[in-house]
Design a protein around this ligand. Structure first.
Ligand code: CMC
Length: 388
């Protein structure tokens, strides 16, 4: 096989050079465009962070205002997408609905194929980020037999989303400021994470020069899996199945015996506490002051306490990741577990797109086409049916 190296799942191969996001997994550091995630979570907003990821610098007041107006303008969905949403079964998983609808948007914007035209691309980018919340909100409304609520352009990004979810058509909606801010922070924390599975999918599909709607549908499909974005939903189901703090030691024993994983723990890159989990844990307490405490929190805290001092988890350097506490907040806000990964996808959209744009501008990039080490049969002659 000559000089070819074998690196299953590309665990040790850099697929690109990037200036977007920096992670130091040993120290638990995450920065977007150089800015520490803790500072962005404290001072920034999701729309500002999205601008930063896409453009490399924080916006001026005027730039932010026009970016937010643009997102507000692109927030409504084409009528045909609403009809498409109507066609799904009421119990359709919101992530299946989300990834299909993002893909379907590609048919409404054929001009999106002009991916090397900067001005055109800018419009498609705004469309993708702006329309993701309506798709997520309407999948929930449809599943619950509720009418769709138009996006209110006088609200901010997170507030507008909450209005489409929990408001009434034609009636003004005022989001709770604590919940609105918490959701905005969760979106910031999810906005990028360098070459994770879904971002690699976005770059891989985009490398064929597919349009950004098609590429993002593929990224969302990658995020759907329980080892990636589906983990937040799996955590909530796990906590509910454990049922009480007393059952935690038995559950840990089962995990150590290889009967299932402790969902929301472990990470390919972080070998220490995920810095996003620290911010989310703090937010959980703020949200619970408004919504009341989620009783599953006590089970989560006990799981973390036992796991962090257990040899199995210590030796493998398994710590809570971003998904461990986020579901508890989402549930307290009124989201069903099946919606959790959609929330992740809405937040991750700017990261997917920033990475895709970076790839398009990178002269060293080509169509993604890994090699293989062939282990199958050597040449042999076809065997006629009556001789098998
Ligand atoms: N519970 C129990 N054991 C675990 C866990 C876990 N959550 N994660 C890893 N291990 C064990 C694994 O069994 C293996 O043990 P051994 O060496 O004895 O075979 C060792 O730790 C190394 O695990 P790995 O599967 O080789 O690690 P990886 O880098 O391939 O997997 C991971 C990373 C995130 C897929 C994995 O830790 C996992 O499945 N975690 C649970 C799912 C989860 O929370 N995913 C969310 C990730 S963060 C946000 C996101 O990407 O969406």
């Amino acid at each position: 096989f000559g000089m070819m190296s074998y690196d299953p799942a590309f665990q040790n191969t850099a697929s690109c050079r990037s200036r977007v996001t920096f992670i130091d997994g040993d120290k638990g550091i995450l920065r977007y465009r150089g800015y520490p995630i803790e500072q962005l979570a404290e001072h920034s907003t999701f729309t500002e962070t999205a601008y930063l990821l896409l453009n490399g610098e924080l916006p001026t007041a005027a730039e932010l205002e026009s970016w937010e107006a643009e997102l507000g303008g692109h927030a409504p969905l084409p009528e045909g997408i609403k009809s498409l949403l109507d066609g799904f079964q009421p119990d359709a998983h919101p992530m299946g609905v989300f990834l299909s609808s993002v893909g379907a948007l590609s048919t409404y914007y054929p001009d999106a194929k002009q991916i090397f035209d900067d001005e055109n691309r800018r419009i498609q980018v705004a469309r993708l980020i702006a329309k993701a919340p309506a798709i997520g909100a309407y999948s929930y409304r449809h599943a619950n037999g509720l009418p769709y609520v138009d996006p209110d352009s006088s609200l901010g990004f997170a507030g507008r989303f909450l209005g489409m979810l929990f408001g009434e058509p034609g009636a003004p909606y005022t989001p709770d400021p604590v919940l609105e801010r918490a959701l905005d922070i969760l979106f910031i924390l999810h906005a990028d994470h360098e070459q994770n599975c879904s971002t690699s999918a976005m770059r891989g599909i985009g490398s064929s020069q597919a349009d950004p709607f098609a590429s993002m549908a593929g990224a969302a499909a990658a995020l759907y899996g329980p080892l990636h974005g589906g983990a937040n939903e799996a955590v909530l189901r796990m906590l509910a199945a454990i049922g009480s703090v007393d059952n935690v030691p038995d559950f840990i024993k089962k995990v150590k015996a290889g009967e299932g994983r402790l969902m929301g723990f472990g990470h390919r890159v972080y070998k220490s506490y995920d810095p996003r989990a620290t911010v989310i844990k703090e937010q959980a307490y703020r949200v619970f002051e408004v919504t009341g405490r989620n009783p599953l929190l006590d089970i989560a805290i006990e799981l973390e306490r036992i796991a962090l001092q257990d040899d199995y988890f210590v030796q493998r350097r398994l710590y809570p990741n971003v998904d461990f506490y986020s579901g508890l907040i989402y549930e307290a806000m009124g989201f069903k577990p099946a919606m959790f990964t959609v929330l992740f996808a809405i937040g991750r959209a700017p990261g997917w797109i920033a990475q895709w744009q970076e790839m398009l501008r990178d002269k060293a990039q080509k169509i993604a086409r890994p090699r293989q080490i062939y282990l199958g049969a050597g040449e042999r002659d076809y065997v006629p049916m009556d001789q098998r």
